[in-house]
Design a protein around this ligand. Structure first.
Ligand code: NAD
Length: 246
């Protein structure tokens, strides 16, 4: 579905981002995964290459809040692969801190990665995409629709992601740039897998589809939105949550 496409995925070293990278590679894209540290980036690339030596994958670790580093990384990708078609802004951090215990450091940490990095990566790529079109996809969350009982800046940051998604779709549509987001529900990543059964079972009981989401469920939605099958879809926040909370 992505033959001939070049895609960048931030936060691609583990969890949902890693599965997006994997799914895009299986669908014949060339993929550049971004991570925070050289070691984790190299480990992810090595694991993917071991699984399938024909996967065209490389890794970089620019600071997602530094425009010069991002522009240099994007230029490196264009030098190597000739172009960039798809940017997936997936890197993110969550929060469960009660409001009265919030510090400005935590506020900044969440907003820097969940909001500022989405803005910075999009800002650094759009001058390029304006010339030839492209796809920008963001990872939101179902809590951006429903809120959550603590950790207020996490849903607030994802509301901001939804706002950027819808507004940039309207502003950039005329350049052939599509902008969409996927809002995952509760997804079985390492963090969720580590939770005790007593905590998981009551959560599952609230989900109409009767199970927690898998990383593949989310990656499939990204694959569709990245592909030309979604060529008339822009400005949406697609819930992939088994109708949790509905
Ligand atoms: P994860 O912690 O497994 O992965 C997060 C990724 O973001 C990692 O690759 C990490 O390197 C990267 N990252 C974190 N801080 C960074 C920074 N400062 N600079 C650069 N990269 C950084 O988490 P995940 O569950 O795979 O989450 C991926 C995305 O999905 C996030 O945006 C998260 O908010 C969202 N999400 C997750 C769930 C879930 O249930 N797991 C649900 C809804 C939304």
């Amino acid at each position: 579905m992505l033959q001939g496409k070049v895609a960048i995925v931030t936060g691609g070293t583990r969890g949902i981002g890693y599965e997006i990278v994997h799914k895009f590679l299986e669908n014949k894209a060339k993929v550049i995964l971004f991570g925070t540290r050289r070691e984790t980036v190299e480990k992810a690339v090595t694991t993917l290459k071991e699984e399938n030596p024909s996967f065209e994958v490389m890794g970089l670790y620019p600071n997602l809040n530094r425009e010069e580093e991002l522009r240099a990384a994007f230029e490196e990708v264009i030098r190597k692969y000739g172009k960039i078609d798809i940017l997936v802004n997936n890197a993110g951090v969550s929060s469960k801190t009660p409001f009265t215990e919030y510090t400005s450091e935590e506020y900044d940490k969440i907003m820097d990665i969940n909001v500022r990095a989405v803005y910075m990566c999009s800002r650094a790529i759009v001058d390029y995409m304006k010339e030839r079109g492209g796809v920008i996809l963001n990872t939101s969350s179902f809590v951006s629709i429903y809120g959550q009982p603590s950790g207020v800046m996490y849903p607030a940051s994802k509301y901001a992601v939804n706002g950027m998604t819808k507004s940039l779709a309207r502003e950039l549509g005329k350049y052939g740039i599509r902008v969409n987001a996927v809002a995952p529900g509760i997804i079985e990543t390492d963090m969720v897998r580590a939770l005790p059964k007593e905590m998981i079972d009551p959560l599952v009981a609230t989900i109409p589809l009767g199970r927690i989401g898998r990383v593949e469920d989310i990656a499939n939605a990204f694959l569709f939105l990245a592909s030309d099958l979604a060529s008339y879809i822009t400005g949406i926040v697609l819930p992939v949550d088994g109708a949790a909370m509905n």
